[in-house]
Write a protein that binds this ligand. Structure first.
Ligand code: GLY
Ligand code: MN
Ligand code: MN
Length: 434
């Protein structure tokens, strides 16, 4: 089973790297234990959540494996609460008022046939419980029986989110709660979808340490790409150099699929091609970041293939940079995302370019590259966010985006991605060394 959070896409080198960096504590069996922190860390997070819930039950589903959809990526809320990153189909149940067991982990049954191909998994028992830090580990088939029993004793069914769009499938926790409500009179579903975002928004020092490592690895990759680029290369060749740089810099995975877009391709926001040929007059946009031990980073840089900005390229680039600076200037604990957006948009508006910037200014980052957080509340100290303004002009064959990662503090902010060259002078100096 492949896991993008744990595995830097690196062709044949990847499995060796996976073994080296994510060695299970005892034997080669999943779940190998909690990752990247010790079981106590996750237990403390669940305790904090249960102290707020007080009663009832809360069910959190991990991600399921979707056949042929690429590497498995664990659900962020589930990973944050359990540290279990490589068990598709796992479910966590918390029941704060229970006396014997207050936490239950449900894992799919073992399958000796698939284990011969993928990974050997542990049997139920004390080894599994010690490794996961969860006192009661059961098979997934038992969930339908246990959940109504718990609900009978304490009748609030807490929904921890996230709220899904009307077009998306009903979240599995709400489906389960519907079945419980049909069988246990007196139960009610409570919306607590704001709790996990509020907890996850404020990063723990151990989380920040990994995010800083991810930012350092990310810088290494971007610098490698700036120094290696030559007209005539394809986007795919440059992407391979970028991702090799992430790995050299200590990255253990990709935060998301890297975007390397040259010329006009950079004006398409979700461009994913590899075959575009880089020509001498192009600006190249790279939106890509390493992750370290499942923690993300998110950086975009745009630079001239020639190594030297033309006057027009520099004018446009510096406009985007000043929009980012205007937002960053305002950023400290207590501000609203909207205030940052207004500051950035005012810069584009004054330059008569407001219609060339047409996406959101940024988002929270953490375990997930788009981490949960409430954009409509003041941003707290300890949050990590991006500020990523851009200008996109298809008729002019360019797109420019500048994206940095900021840790919010009581008095201002710290730019975690500062090691990736950003100003015109920094980029040209980096590329001059080619
Ligand atoms: N790389 C994804 C984003 O910038 O939001
Ligand atoms: Mn972003
Ligand atoms: Mn990005």
């Amino acid at each position: 089973m492949l896991n993008r959070r744990l595995l830097l896409a690196a062709g044949l080198a990847a499995p060796a790297m996976l073994r080296a960096q994510v060695a299970p504590p005892e034997g080669f069996a999943a779940p190998a234990g909690t990752f990247p922190f010790a079981p106590d860390v996750y237990r403390a997070r669940r305790e904090a959540l249960m102290a707020t819930l007080k009663d009832g039950i809360a069910v959190v589903y991990g991600a399921s494996e979707v056949p042929d959809s690429g590497p498995f990526v664990q659900n962020g809320d589930f990973a944050w609460l359990t540290g279990i990153v490589d068990e598709p189909g796992a479910v966590l149940v918390m029941a704060p008022t229970e006396r014997l067991y207050r936490e239950f982990l449900f894992l799919p049954s073992r399958n000796p046939e698939t284990e011969r191909w993928e990974v050997e998994r542990l049997p139920l028992g004390s080894t599994l419980e010690r490794r996961t830090g969860i006192a009661k580990v059961m098979r997934a088939e038992m969930l339908d029986r246990l959940a109504p029993t718990l609900a009978e004793r304490s009748k609030s069914l807490h929904f921890l989110g996230p709220i899904a769009s009307a077009a998306a499938p009903v979240p599995p926790a709400l489906e389960l709660y519907g079945k419980i409500a049909a069988r246990v009179p007196g139960t009610s579903v409570k919306d607590n979808s704001d709790l996990l975002p509020a907890l996850r928004e404020v990063k723990e020092p151990r989380e920040l340490a990994l995010m800083k490592k991810a930012a350092a690895a990310t810088a290494r990759g971007h610098v490698a790409a700036m120094q290696a680029v030559r007209p005539g290369m394809t986007e795919g060749q440059l992407k391979d150099i970028l991702e090799a740089g992430f790995r050299t810099g200590g990255g253990t995975g990709l935060s998301y699929d890297s975007i390397v877009a040259t010329g006009r391709n950079a004006a398409s926001l979700h461009y994913r091609g590899r075959t575009g040929a880089i020509t001498a007059g192009d600006m190249i946009l790279i939106d890509a970041a390493a992750s370290v031990d499942t923690y993300a980073c998110d950086v975009t840089r745009t630079f001239p293939a020639s190594g030297k900005f033309s006057d027009e390229q520099r004018r446009n680039y510096e406009l985007v940079l000043s929009a980012q600076a205007a937002a960053a200037e305002k950023l400290k604990a207590g501000v609203y995302y909207e205030d940052l957006e207004t500051a950035a948009k005012d810069v584009f508006r004054k330059a008569g370019r407001i219609d060339d910037f047409y996406h959101g200014l940024g988002h929270f980052v953490g375990l997930d590259v788009h981490d949960p957080g409430d954009r409509y509340k003041p941003i707290p100290a300890g949050a990590v966010i991006t500020i990523e303004p851009g200008l996109y002009v298809q008729s002019g064959n360019y797109g420019i985006r500048i994206e940095d990662l900021f840790l919010v503090t009581a008095t201002g902010n710290e730019r975690l991605s500062a090691a990736t060259p950003r100003s015109v002078a920094e980029i040209e100096a980096t590329m001059a060394g080619r």
